[in-house]
Write a protein that binds this ligand. Structure first.
Ligand SMILES: [Zn+2]
Ligand SMILES: [Zn+2]
Length: 430
């Protein structure tokens, strides 16, 4: 059964349960007063109450249907799995939306763009990405946001924050320069044809050694970085603070003193809880010699995650970076609960956290898989006057099969429908 079917089934089961409880209470007491108003509103053929109204509280998040309160933070898991993606879980990505309208992405791993698109946010609002370290599973979909955002009318630079390293070649600035080179053909193909102002990337490389130093401060939002210990120098974690609420995000790290010192008492603490060694051995056939250091030294295993949360006591601890399945979750929980008894959520993709000073609500989002990217809320500038770097040669133009009759009819039809007068050029090369 696919995750979507699973979710639909779960949603139906909970709906059925609510219904059964409502009807059950009504029948037991033989009293209409205990039957919910919506249920009581109509009578079915059998003379029993039959619901015709929407339930007041569906306990599911439907993207794009809820206001974010001015004092509220909404955190959405857009990638929670292991480094290799799978249909159920993309690689690391966390979306943080604030009641002041600001939106931030923390890491943007492989396949996370599909999850981001499901949140129904116009891409031109998603211009701030914080990358904890430059592993593929934490940044592979950055080019996708960069270019898809431009094509969705982001007319300003994509802003990227990421760490330095011991060698400038290993830092975020160099990485972004190479990304642009890797996509030279893409850049050339949009330059001068589309509104290409969004092709710029504003790179904010910060010192990976900085401890709790402010790397972002705008509009009442402060983001600090702390060093992480992972693979090689140049891994970091983040702490976002706004309106008295704190979100901490580990990206990848083994247990370290900086995290313990600076994330104490945060509202929501998202930290890796990697697959424990035995799971890597059983499921991935890793040799013990590799499974042990990978799970517990390069990453943080669930047993270590538990101890970190016990020492930092967040309002809600959130474990991620593992395959969250019926046969892996019990081992995760068993290890975590050796050392931590506090509030806990084990993340999977599309888990949503609504955080206020009074409450933290955890739900799953119901996803519309037919979603299109949200149209931009700002007018598009149609401007092809600039000359692009990419040139269509006479050779390529010589192959053009210009269907003048077909296109004349089609262009006329669309112009009529829209009240426009866009002229068909003399050839189909654009
Ligand atoms: Zn990593
Ligand atoms: Zn990772």
């Amino acid at each position: 059964m696919s995750p979507k079917e699973n979710r639909s089934k779960a949603a139906w089961l909970s709906f059925a349960l609510v219904l059964a409880v409502g009807i059950g209470i009504g029948s037991y007491f033989r009293s209409e007063t205990l039957v919910p108003a919506a249920v009581a509103a109509s009578q079915g053929a059998a003379g029993r109450p039959s619901p015709v109204k929407a339930l007041a509280d569906r306990d599911v998040y439907y993207p794009g249907t809820e206001d974010l309160a001015p004092d509220e933070m909404r955190v959405t898991a857009c990638g929670t799995g292991m480094p290799s993606v799978r249909p159920k879980q993309a690689a690391a990505c966390w979306l943080v939306e604030l009641g002041n309208g600001d939106k931030f992405l923390f890491d943007i791993g492989a396949q996370s763009m599909s999850r981001i698109s499901a949140m129904k946010i116009p891409y031109d609002y998603l211009d701030k990405v914080f990358i904890g370290h430059l592993h593929l599973d934490h940044m592979a979909d950055l080019p996708s946001l960069w270019i898809s955002g431009l094509k969705a009318n982001r007319t300003y630079p994509l802003r990227v924050w990421g760490p330095s390293s011991t060698d400038p070649e290993l830092g975020t600035k160099a990485s972004m320069e190479y990304m642009r080179k890797m996509y030279a053909w893409e850049v050339a193909s949009v330059t001068g044809k589309l509104d290409d102002r969004g092709i710029q990337v504003e790179v904010n490389e910060f010192d990976y050694k900085a401890v709790n130093k402010v790397i972002y401060k705008e509009n009442g939002v402060t983001i600090r970085s702390i060093p992480a210990i992972h693979a090689i120098d140049g891994a970091t974690s983040f702490i976002l603070e706004w309106n008295g609420l704190k979100f901490a995000y580990s990206s990848d790290t083994s247990p370290n003193n900086w995290w313990i010192e600076h994330t104490k008492g945060v509202d929501i603490s998202v930290h890796e809880s990697f697959a424990p060694p035995q799971v890597l051995i059983d499921k991935q056939k890793f040799p013990v010699q590799l499974a042990l250091p990978l799970s517990t030294l390069a990453h943080t295993s669930p047993a270590q995650f538990g101890k970190i949360m016990a020492e930092t006591k967040p309002r809600l601890a959130v474990g991620y970076h593992f395959y969250n399945d019926h046969d892996t979750l019990p081992a995760q929980l068993e290890d975590i609960r050796r050392t931590y008894e506090g509030p806990l959520a084990m993340a999977t993709d599309y888990m949503v956290f609504n955080v206020t000073k009074d409450d933290i609500r955890v739900r799953m989002a119901a996803i519309d898989e037919d979603i299109w990217p949200m149209p931009s809320t700002r007018p598009r500038q149609v401007d092809r006057s600039r000359k692009g770097a990419g040139v269509m040669s006479e050779f390529t133009k010589s192959g053009d099969y210009f269907m003048k009759d077909v296109l004349t009819d089609l262009w006329d039809e669309v112009n009529r429908e829209n009240g426009t007068d866009v002229k068909l050029p003399a050839g189909s090369v654009w």
